[in-house]
Write a new protein. Sequence first.
Length: 56
Amino acid sequence: MVHQFSCRDTGHDCDFFLESGDIDELVHHVQDHAERKHDRELSRADVEDHVTEVQG
């Protein structure tokens, strides 16, 4: 299973996109991006609400 996250899917005008087979890694990088680029702290649940899973 491959997990994907796109900032645009959250309503931001931001090209950040991440794809990973490891959900923990994806959540960590998305949280880091949100804090650095958008000055927002996201919980794991916040991130997972916007993760898409695809067969990989």
